[in-house]
Design a protein around this ligand. Structure first.
Ligand code: ATP
Ligand code: MG
Length: 240
């Protein structure tokens, strides 16, 4: 589904991603872990072309994406992204937020977007909030709207960058549950998170990044119970 070969990214002199080789299979859930500054967000942003790589290849569904040649907006439609801060449109209702991109970007009719939007809100458990404004929602509800909004573009892959980090602890579970449901339906997902319980339960693979490199990758059980690399061990003992 995604294949990355020898990806390099610099911010000025700062070499942030160093020869990254990375792949995600269809319906796979990959959890990306690593210390602050190790390059996790940059990696996701490169996959979504919010950041442009300096070198390397990125294939999405077997096609190499070259942002200079290809229409990046089209590619972005295939790759949904959910951030720590949800950035909902405050002046639009919940349903309005979910309908925005399909009508504005894809040219879907309002009635069709409404129908699909309502189905998505149902799916994330917020059907009854369709006509409320975001300011009336809890953080967990806002994040579920953000997930529905990303799904409205019918992405083939969903990227999550610390989707629960900004939430009060009691609201984390409902967002993780929504993500679990998506995983169960077979959505291909790359998730940056500090929720190791989620990683153990839902991830097919855990990828540990350190200073811009992938140091270790394996099944959650292997990584958490029997990490091979010293740096992985040190990182895990610092957070678990
Ligand atoms: P965190 O866990 O804190 O979110 P991260 O693993 O997501 O960290 P990144 O945000 O990818 O790390 O940052 C990797 C490196 O790239 C850091 O040194 C950071 O300062 C730098 N960096 C990230 N974004 C930019 C930017 N837009 N401009 C300049 N430097 C950046
Ligand atoms: Mg980050």
């Amino acid at each position: 589904m995604i294949e990355v070969n020898k990806l390099n990214k610099y911010f000025g002199d700062n070499h942030v991603l160093k020869d990254i080789d990375f792949h995600v299979e269809e319906s796979e859930v990959v959890v990306l872990i690593g210390a602050s500054g190790s390059g996790k967000s940059t990696m996701l942003r490169c996959l979504n072309f919010l950041e442009m790589k300096n070198s390397g290849e990125i294939f999405i569904k077997g096609n190499e994406v070259n942002p200079k040649k290809d229409n990046v907006n089209e590619v972005r439609q295939k790759v949904g992204m959910v951030f720590q801060h949800f950035n909902l449109f405050p002046h639009k209702t919940v349903l309005g937020n979910v309908m925005e991109a399909p009508t504005q970007v894809k040219g879907l009719s309002k009635s069709q977007a409404k129908k699909e939007g309502k189905e998505l809100l149902e799916k994330v458990g917020l059907a009854e909030k369709a006509n409320d404004y975001p300011s009336r929602l809890s953080g967990g509800q806002k994040q579920r709207v953000a997930i529905a909004r990303a799904l409205a573009m019918k992405p083939e892959i969903m990227l999550f960058d610390e989707p629960t980090s900004a939430l009060d602890p009691e609201l984390v579970g409902e967002v993780l549950q929504t993500m679990k449901d998506l995983a169960k339906e077979g959505m291909t997902m790359v998730v940056v998170t500090h929720e190791m319980g989620f990683a153990r339960e839902v991830a097919d693979r855990v990828v540990y990044m350190h200073e811009g490199k992938i140091v270790e990758t394996g099944a959650p059980k292997e990584i958490f119970e029997n990490p091979k690399e010293e740096r992985t061990q040190a990182f895990l003992s610092s957070i678990l």
